[in-house]
Design a protein around this ligand. Structure first.
Ligand SMILES: Cc1cc2nc3c(=O)[nH]c(=O)nc-3n(C[C@H](O)[C@H](O)[C@H](O)COP(=O)(O)O)c2cc1C
Length: 200
Protein backbone atom coordinates (compact mmCIF):
# COMPACT_ATOMS: atom_id res chain seq x y z
CA UNK A 1 0.00 0.00 0.00
CA UNK A 2 1.29 3.44 -0.84
CA UNK A 3 2.57 5.63 1.92
CA UNK A 4 0.57 8.79 1.28
CA UNK A 5 -1.06 11.14 3.72
CA UNK A 6 -4.65 9.94 3.70
CA UNK A 7 -5.74 12.93 5.77
CA UNK A 8 -4.69 15.31 2.99
CA UNK A 9 -7.25 15.91 0.24
CA UNK A 10 -4.69 17.15 -2.35
CA UNK A 11 -2.44 14.13 -1.66
CA UNK A 12 -5.37 11.76 -2.09
CA UNK A 13 -6.47 13.28 -5.40
CA UNK A 14 -2.93 13.32 -6.75
CA UNK A 15 -2.41 9.68 -5.70
CA UNK A 16 -5.71 8.60 -7.28
CA UNK A 17 -4.63 10.12 -10.59
CA UNK A 18 -1.17 8.54 -10.29
CA UNK A 19 -2.83 5.14 -9.92
CA UNK A 20 -5.16 5.86 -12.85
CA UNK A 21 -2.21 6.87 -15.04
CA UNK A 22 -0.51 3.59 -14.09
CA UNK A 23 -3.79 1.79 -14.81
CA UNK A 24 -3.70 3.12 -18.36
CA UNK A 25 -0.10 2.08 -18.89
CA UNK A 26 0.29 -1.18 -16.95
CA UNK A 27 -1.72 -4.26 -17.90
CA UNK A 28 -1.06 -5.70 -14.44
CA UNK A 29 -2.67 -2.78 -12.62
CA UNK A 30 -6.14 -3.52 -11.27
CA UNK A 31 -7.15 -0.11 -12.59
CA UNK A 32 -6.41 -1.32 -16.14
CA UNK A 33 -9.87 -2.87 -16.40
CA UNK A 34 -12.50 -0.69 -14.75
CA UNK A 35 -16.25 -1.06 -15.20
CA UNK A 36 -17.92 1.53 -17.41
CA UNK A 37 -21.61 2.12 -16.79
CA UNK A 38 -24.27 3.59 -19.04
CA UNK A 39 -28.04 3.71 -19.19
CA UNK A 40 -29.79 2.03 -22.09
CA UNK A 41 -32.82 3.17 -24.06
CA UNK A 42 -35.15 1.52 -21.56
CA UNK A 43 -33.56 3.41 -18.66
CA UNK A 44 -31.80 0.29 -17.40
CA UNK A 45 -28.24 0.44 -16.08
CA UNK A 46 -25.68 -1.37 -18.27
CA UNK A 47 -22.16 -2.17 -17.12
CA UNK A 48 -19.15 -3.68 -18.84
CA UNK A 49 -15.42 -4.10 -18.25
CA UNK A 50 -13.26 -1.98 -20.55
CA UNK A 51 -9.52 -1.56 -20.88
CA UNK A 52 -8.35 1.84 -19.67
CA UNK A 53 -5.98 2.99 -22.42
CA UNK A 54 -4.93 6.32 -20.95
CA UNK A 55 -5.64 8.56 -17.99
CA UNK A 56 -4.73 12.22 -18.38
CA UNK A 57 -4.72 14.15 -15.07
CA UNK A 58 -4.12 17.53 -16.73
CA UNK A 59 -7.17 17.15 -18.96
CA UNK A 60 -9.08 15.16 -16.29
CA UNK A 61 -9.94 12.56 -18.90
CA UNK A 62 -9.90 8.81 -19.42
CA UNK A 63 -9.62 7.06 -22.77
CA UNK A 64 -11.11 3.76 -23.87
CA UNK A 65 -11.36 2.00 -27.24
CA UNK A 66 -14.45 0.28 -28.55
CA UNK A 67 -16.41 -0.90 -31.55
CA UNK A 68 -18.38 2.01 -33.02
CA UNK A 69 -21.28 -0.39 -33.63
CA UNK A 70 -21.53 -1.57 -30.01
CA UNK A 71 -24.69 -0.58 -28.10
CA UNK A 72 -22.66 1.34 -25.50
CA UNK A 73 -21.60 3.91 -28.10
CA UNK A 74 -25.15 5.16 -28.66
CA UNK A 75 -25.86 4.90 -24.94
CA UNK A 76 -22.84 7.00 -24.01
CA UNK A 77 -22.17 9.62 -26.67
CA UNK A 78 -22.60 13.03 -25.07
CA UNK A 79 -24.18 11.47 -21.98
CA UNK A 80 -23.25 11.12 -18.31
CA UNK A 81 -21.04 8.11 -17.60
CA UNK A 82 -19.84 6.35 -14.49
CA UNK A 83 -16.55 4.44 -14.22
CA UNK A 84 -15.90 2.10 -11.29
CA UNK A 85 -12.50 0.76 -10.29
CA UNK A 86 -11.16 -1.08 -7.27
CA UNK A 87 -7.49 -1.43 -6.32
CA UNK A 88 -7.21 -4.34 -3.82
CA UNK A 89 -3.62 -3.61 -2.75
CA UNK A 90 -4.45 0.03 -2.13
CA UNK A 91 -7.86 -0.93 -0.69
CA UNK A 92 -9.19 1.92 -2.75
CA UNK A 93 -12.42 2.28 -4.67
CA UNK A 94 -12.86 5.03 -7.25
CA UNK A 95 -16.33 5.96 -8.47
CA UNK A 96 -15.72 8.34 -11.32
CA UNK A 97 -18.45 10.48 -12.82
CA UNK A 98 -18.09 12.21 -16.13
CA UNK A 99 -19.41 12.98 -19.51
CA UNK A 100 -18.79 10.61 -22.39
CA UNK A 101 -17.50 11.69 -25.78
CA UNK A 102 -17.21 9.36 -28.75
CA UNK A 103 -14.64 10.01 -31.46
CA UNK A 104 -14.68 8.13 -34.73
CA UNK A 105 -13.21 10.13 -37.56
CA UNK A 106 -10.93 12.97 -36.48
CA UNK A 107 -7.15 13.14 -36.75
CA UNK A 108 -6.66 12.18 -33.10
CA UNK A 109 -8.65 8.96 -33.54
CA UNK A 110 -6.76 8.28 -36.75
CA UNK A 111 -3.46 8.59 -34.87
CA UNK A 112 -4.62 6.26 -32.09
CA UNK A 113 -5.76 3.70 -34.70
CA UNK A 114 -2.40 3.88 -36.48
CA UNK A 115 -0.53 3.34 -33.19
CA UNK A 116 -2.57 0.28 -32.16
CA UNK A 117 -1.04 -3.11 -32.88
CA UNK A 118 -2.38 -5.08 -35.83
CA UNK A 119 -3.60 -7.72 -33.38
CA UNK A 120 -5.50 -5.14 -31.35
CA UNK A 121 -7.07 -3.80 -34.52
CA UNK A 122 -8.11 -7.27 -35.66
CA UNK A 123 -11.25 -7.41 -33.50
CA UNK A 124 -12.69 -4.49 -35.46
CA UNK A 125 -12.88 -6.81 -38.50
CA UNK A 126 -15.88 -8.54 -36.88
CA UNK A 127 -18.61 -8.81 -39.46
CA UNK A 128 -21.54 -8.11 -37.14
CA UNK A 129 -22.01 -5.49 -34.46
CA UNK A 130 -21.22 -6.65 -30.90
CA UNK A 131 -24.34 -8.21 -29.42
CA UNK A 132 -25.71 -9.49 -32.76
CA UNK A 133 -27.23 -13.00 -32.39
CA UNK A 134 -25.14 -15.74 -34.07
CA UNK A 135 -26.33 -19.15 -35.29
CA UNK A 136 -23.65 -20.88 -33.15
CA UNK A 137 -20.46 -20.31 -31.15
CA UNK A 138 -18.09 -18.06 -33.11
CA UNK A 139 -15.70 -15.14 -32.72
CA UNK A 140 -17.55 -13.14 -35.32
CA UNK A 141 -14.28 -12.59 -37.22
CA UNK A 142 -14.01 -13.58 -40.89
CA UNK A 143 -12.64 -17.13 -41.15
CA UNK A 144 -9.55 -16.10 -43.13
CA UNK A 145 -8.19 -14.05 -40.22
CA UNK A 146 -8.87 -16.48 -37.36
CA UNK A 147 -5.64 -17.08 -35.44
CA UNK A 148 -3.64 -14.79 -37.70
CA UNK A 149 -2.18 -11.31 -37.52
CA UNK A 150 -3.65 -9.17 -40.29
CA UNK A 151 -1.53 -7.02 -42.56
CA UNK A 152 -2.03 -3.24 -42.66
CA UNK A 153 -3.91 -3.62 -45.96
CA UNK A 154 -6.16 -6.35 -44.57
CA UNK A 155 -7.03 -4.28 -41.51
CA UNK A 156 -7.94 -1.10 -43.41
CA UNK A 157 -11.65 -2.00 -43.91
CA UNK A 158 -12.00 -2.36 -40.12
CA UNK A 159 -11.18 1.29 -39.48
CA UNK A 160 -14.80 2.60 -39.61
CA UNK A 161 -15.67 0.18 -36.79
CA UNK A 162 -13.12 1.72 -34.40
CA UNK A 163 -14.23 4.35 -31.91
CA UNK A 164 -12.56 6.14 -29.02
CA UNK A 165 -14.54 6.80 -25.86
CA UNK A 166 -13.34 9.75 -23.83
CA UNK A 167 -14.62 10.28 -20.33
CA UNK A 168 -14.31 13.92 -19.30
CA UNK A 169 -14.15 13.46 -15.54
CA UNK A 170 -16.37 15.75 -13.49
CA UNK A 171 -16.10 14.06 -10.08
CA UNK A 172 -14.17 11.35 -8.25
CA UNK A 173 -15.58 9.61 -5.20
CA UNK A 174 -12.62 8.05 -3.37
CA UNK A 175 -13.05 5.40 -0.68
CA UNK A 176 -10.22 3.89 1.32
CA UNK A 177 -10.78 0.90 3.56
CA UNK A 178 -8.60 0.43 6.64
CA UNK A 179 -8.95 -1.25 10.03
CA UNK A 180 -7.78 2.00 11.57
CA UNK A 181 -10.79 3.77 10.03
CA UNK A 182 -12.27 4.02 6.58
CA UNK A 183 -11.97 7.31 4.74
CA UNK A 184 -14.05 8.77 1.94
CA UNK A 185 -13.77 11.99 -0.01
CA UNK A 186 -15.32 13.47 -3.09
CA UNK A 187 -13.54 15.72 -5.58
CA UNK A 188 -15.30 17.65 -8.29
CA UNK A 189 -14.54 20.01 -11.12
CA UNK A 190 -17.25 22.26 -9.65
CA UNK A 191 -15.14 23.20 -6.63
CA UNK A 192 -11.84 23.28 -8.49
CA UNK A 193 -11.05 19.74 -7.31
CA UNK A 194 -10.55 20.97 -3.73
CA UNK A 195 -12.38 17.94 -2.36
CA UNK A 196 -14.55 17.32 0.69
CA UNK A 197 -14.77 14.55 3.25
CA UNK A 198 -17.77 12.22 3.31
CA UNK A 199 -18.95 9.62 5.77
CA UNK A 200 -17.65 6.32 4.39
C1 LIG B 1 -10.98 -7.90 -19.47
C2 LIG B 1 -11.95 -7.31 -20.47
C3 LIG B 1 -11.59 -6.19 -21.20
C4 LIG B 1 -12.46 -5.64 -22.12
N1 LIG B 1 -12.08 -4.52 -22.80
C5 LIG B 1 -12.94 -3.94 -23.66
C6 LIG B 1 -12.59 -2.71 -24.31
O1 LIG B 1 -11.50 -2.15 -24.11
N2 LIG B 1 -13.49 -2.16 -25.15
C7 LIG B 1 -14.72 -2.73 -25.38
O2 LIG B 1 -15.49 -2.16 -26.17
N3 LIG B 1 -15.08 -3.88 -24.79
C8 LIG B 1 -14.23 -4.49 -23.93
N4 LIG B 1 -14.57 -5.66 -23.30
C9 LIG B 1 -15.89 -6.27 -23.63
C10 LIG B 1 -17.02 -5.53 -22.92
O3 LIG B 1 -16.98 -5.86 -21.53
C11 LIG B 1 -18.41 -5.85 -23.50
O4 LIG B 1 -18.68 -7.22 -23.36
C12 LIG B 1 -18.55 -5.47 -24.97
O5 LIG B 1 -17.82 -4.29 -25.28
C13 LIG B 1 -20.01 -5.24 -25.36
O6 LIG B 1 -20.52 -4.20 -24.57
P1 LIG B 1 -21.88 -3.42 -24.89
O7 LIG B 1 -22.86 -4.46 -25.40
O8 LIG B 1 -22.29 -2.83 -23.62
O9 LIG B 1 -21.58 -2.39 -25.95
C14 LIG B 1 -13.74 -6.23 -22.35
C15 LIG B 1 -14.11 -7.34 -21.59
C16 LIG B 1 -13.23 -7.88 -20.67
C17 LIG B 1 -13.67 -9.08 -19.90
Amino acid sequence: MSDIDRDSLPAILSHAWTLLVRGGADRKSPLHTPVVASVDGDGLPQTRVMVLRKADPAAASLRFHTDARSPKVAQLDGKPVSVLAYHPQEQMQLRISGRARIGTDDAVVEGIWDQSTLFARRCYLAQSAPGTPLPGPASGLPEWIEGQQPTAAQIAPARPNFAVLWVDVTAIDWLHLANSGHRRAVFGAGDGWAGAWLAP
